[in-house]
Design a protein around this ligand. Sequence first.
Ligand SMILES: NC(=O)c1ccc[n+]([C@@H]2O[C@H](COP(=O)([O-])OP(=O)(O)OC[C@H]3O[C@@H](n4cnc5c(N)ncnc54)[C@H](OP(=O)(O)O)[C@@H]3O)[C@@H](O)[C@H]2O)c1
Length: 249
Amino acid sequence: MSSSLQPLMPSPAAHSARAFVDGLALRAGEGAARPRVVAAMIASADGRASVDGRSVALGHPADRALLRELRAAADAVLVGTATLAAEGYASLLDDDQRTRRRERGLEETPLVATVSRRLELPVGIGLFAEPSSRVVVYTESGAEPPATAARLAVHRFDPGALDLGAVLARLGSEHGARLVLCEGGPTLLRRLVAEGALDDLFLTVSPLLVAGDADTLLSGPALEPAARLSLRDIHRSGEHLFVHYAVSR
Ligand SMILES: NC(=O)c1ccc[n+]([C@@H]2O[C@H](COP(=O)([O-])OP(=O)(O)OC[C@H]3O[C@@H](n4cnc5c(N)ncnc54)[C@H](OP(=O)(O)O)[C@@H]3O)[C@@H](O)[C@H]2O)c1
């Protein structure tokens, strides 16, 4: 391994978020064993994933645009219930993105997939009040799901059998998903990495030092071995860095 320092950014071309995502060709091939899984996360320069319990203070318009374009490309968004609640999920896409999906023969919005062993959902958020939302929850509970305006499906696992590999397999076989976007949070993302089910990480580094006790990008016991990443690309917008990693196998 060379110890020389490489110039970081050989003048990467400026892209709109849409052109950037369109150029990535992220969808898994026909017949792949499971969907391609990409995560999009933002962290402060000291690695924290939230400020005052939410990620908004870390953000940047280019980060929001990238996240929404990744959603526009995805068949399903995989997100933890604590993130749904903390971030107050609602209206995932703009009208123009919905139109583009329709034109590509996709459902107007990506399926929102979440996991909750006890079937505890933050039903007060906007997502569940939108009739156009499609939500699937993977659970080990036998409880009745709450009534929502959103179309809510429940897929049940035996107690102890809920793992993300099985969730991804079902998203592929039952919902035709070939690209799943994981939007965290840190608990869900750690499980995904621990199961060897993450393919790409889009990490935005926010130019803030925040300290405190918020989670870092992954929350939970140390990964053994650590997951190794390969640098695919790096961009900037203002003082924010946008890093694309592939997870090495
Ligand atoms: N900076 C960023 O990019 C970013 C992104 C997303 C979120 N966040 C922040 O992260 C925080 C929320 O994240 P979080 O880590 O607390 O929670 P989370 O990952 O959003 O939610 C945890 C999820 O994991 C499930 N879970 C836990 N253990 C499990 C197991 N053994 N098997 C299957 N599922 C399991 C939980 O459901 P059950 O416990 O019901 O099973 C729940 O759905 C918020 O502050 C949010 O603002 C930041």
